[in-house]
Design a protein around this ligand. Structure first.
Ligand SMILES: NC(=O)c1ccc[n+]([C@@H]2O[C@H](COP(=O)([O-])OP(=O)(O)OC[C@H]3O[C@@H](n4cnc5c(N)ncnc54)[C@H](O)[C@@H]3O)[C@@H](O)[C@H]2O)c1
Length: 261
């Protein structure tokens, strides 16, 4: 284990680089947007430079955010996206778009062996209580008995992938022959209100909902087209939302009880 800020170069001997470093929750990536875009641009350059130097295979954890607020649904990899380059999400979504560009340019110019995966909303045990993404927010609020915060009217949709499924897809991509980009996500699509009600039902049916304004550029809908992942990687998710939530809730419950005692 080496603690290192990837905006600074590093010299290592490695065969494979899983490049995941980047704050992924809006609260965290918007806390220091300049640092976020530095991580996506300078950090990715440093990791690609490392891959080039030691001849390592490089996998970029890109995101469904490269599709922005999509006007094609579900989103296939060919869709070029609808992204605001000057909005509050740009440090993250435009940052990841540049990261993809860098990966493909290093591949074309320097023959770096790249893999690009576009991850759709992923959740699971061991997320931080203050992560700030919707699944953990709702779980923590329901366990604490406070109202679940819904942004907008809750009709916006997301597709939630359980972390173990995601990791399996990521390793198949890294160790397979296809460069990508490849969508990895669970096509099960839910409105945020449905997610809130599901978690309410599973933890505390009396939990209230509270509504807040929708943040700027919040995507209205999100669902991966995973045809490529199925055909090229033989991958598809195996854990549905209720099963995944059950395991995630149990983990949050035991950690929060341990903190209290
Ligand atoms: N979880 C998702 O739903 C999701 C969706 C799409 C894409 N992704 C991508 O997958 C990756 C991992 O996501 P996550 O949910 O685990 O994110 P996270 O925010 O929970 O964790 C990100 C990690 O990156 C580290 N990091 C951030 N900046 C760094 C820097 N400059 N140098 C070194 N380390 C740095 C943080 O310390 C943290 O450990 C990210 O690149 C994210 O963009 C995740």
């Amino acid at each position: 284990m080496i603690r290192h800020d990837i905006t600074e170069p590093i010299r290592l001997e490695v065969d494979q680089i899983y490049h995941l470093a980047c704050p992924a929750s809006p609260v965290h990536y918007q806390y220091n947007p300049v640092k976020t875009i530095k991580t996506n641009v300078m950090g990715t350059l440093n990791m690609l430079g490392l891959a080039k130097r030691v001849n390592a295979r490089f996998l970029l954890a890109s995101t469904s955010e490269v599709y922005g607020d999509p006007d094609v649904h579900p989103q296939p990899e060919e869709y070029r996206g609808n992204v605001n380059c000057i909005g509050i999400r740009s440090c993250y979504d435009e940052g990841k778009r540049v990261a993809e560009t860098l990966a493909f340019d290093y591949h074309r110019q320097n023959n770096v062996d790249i893999r690009v995966m576009r991850i759709f909303n992923t959740y699971g045990p061991r997320m931080f209580e203050n992560d700030g993404r919707v699944v953990s927010n709702f779980i923590v609020q329901a366990l604490q008995g406070t109202p679940l915060t819904v942004y907008g009217d809750g009709s916006q949709t997301r597709s939630f992938c359980y972390v173990a499924d995601l990791v399996e897809g990521m390793m198949r991509l890294m160790n397979g022959e296809h460069m990508g980009p490849i969508n990895i996500g669970n096509p099960g699509e839910y409105t945020i209100l449905q997610l809130a009600e599901t978690i309410q039902k599973m933890i505390n049916p009396d939990a209230q909902l509270t509504y807040k304004p929708l943040p700027q550029d919040d995507p209205k809908q999100r669902q991966p087209d995973i045809t490529k992942a199925k055909n090229l990687l033989g991958w598809q998710p195996t854990i549905n939302l209720e099963e995944g939530l059950k395991m995630t809730i149990e983990d949050f419950r035991s950690r929060m009880e341990a903190e209290e005692s």
